[in-house]
Design a protein around this ligand. Structure first.
Ligand code: SAM
Length: 231
């Protein structure tokens, strides 16, 4: 179970930013974008969108934030100002992207992530409509990010994508490697009383290294060279 994610851009001013957001959405496997009263979307938006121009063309354009979020369960506003105020006194606590991911990873509702205007962010009324605020930690000197960069970080955290095609050596190959190390340690006359501790340590090191079959092969090649030198 994982939540559905909607990206909502509230009155974006620059078409290039909208195009960049759609490109990132395609990168991270999201396709639910709603644009609230956006700027004109023409050539520059398409250029920045690259292979995501279908998403750019098909994204619903609505007049109000209310329409953009009416069928969602949780509304998360985003801001570069940690602890942004909804009125003169009340600050909303800010969550980091990874805290948000941990909170919602086991849920199956629909979450809207709102991104504000490039010049003024959100109005107080819009902030009051949010259930939570997410702030991406940045350098204190300059916490305000470009809207498409901020959206990309949020999407990266909320995506469940994993790097594919990295083969990991299996237990059999690793055992051959450990045995081979054992032989070399014996060949180089590693002190008998240290043998067990050293073997355990080598297993721990290689166990957490997530070696590929090729890396195991290379290491065993090096061990063979050492053995040849010793003869
Ligand atoms: C250029 S910023 C708006 C700056 C505006 N002056 C303000 O005070 O909010 C455009 C949007 O990017 C998002 N954003 C920028 N920096 C962020 C950060 N550090 N964490 C989360 N979102 C951020 C927010 O959605 C923000 O409304």
């Amino acid at each position: 179970m994982s939540p559905q994610i909607r990206i909502v851009l509230v009155e974006p001013l620059y078409q290039g930013n909208v195009g960049s957001v759609t490109r990132s959405m395609e990168n991270f496997g999201f396709d639910d974008l709603v644009l609230v009263n956006p700027c004109k979307l023409e050539g520059q938006a398409r250029a920045m969108s690259c292979h995501a121009s279908d998403l750019l063309e098909s994204a619903p354009k609505v007049d109000t934030l209310e329409e953009a979020i009416e069928d969602t369960d949780i509304v998360i506003g985003t801001s570069g100002i940690a602890g942004i105020k909804t009125d003169q006194h009340i600050r909303m606590p800010a969550y980091t992207p990874s805290e948000i991911r941990d909170k919602f990873r086991e849920t199956n509702g629909k979450i809207a992530f709102l991104f504000g205007r490039e010049d003024n962010g959100f109005t107080r009324e819009e902030l009051k409509r949010c259930d939570m605020i997410m702030t991406i930690p940045t350098s204190e000197k300059y916490p305000i990010m470009n809207i498409s960069h901020a959206a990309t970080v949020a999407m990266y955290e909320m995506s469940n994508l994993e790097i594919g095609e990295r083969p990991i050596a299996n237990g059999f190959d690793l055992q051959l490697l450990y045995d081979h190390f054992g032989q070399v340690l014996a060949d180089i006359k590693h002190p008998e009383h240290k043998m067990e501790k050293t073997s355990i340590m080598l297993k721990r090191i290689f166990g957490r290294a997530e070696l590929t079959p090729r890396e195991v092969q290379t290491l065993r090649g090096v061990l063979r060279d050492i053995q040849r030198q010793k003869k």
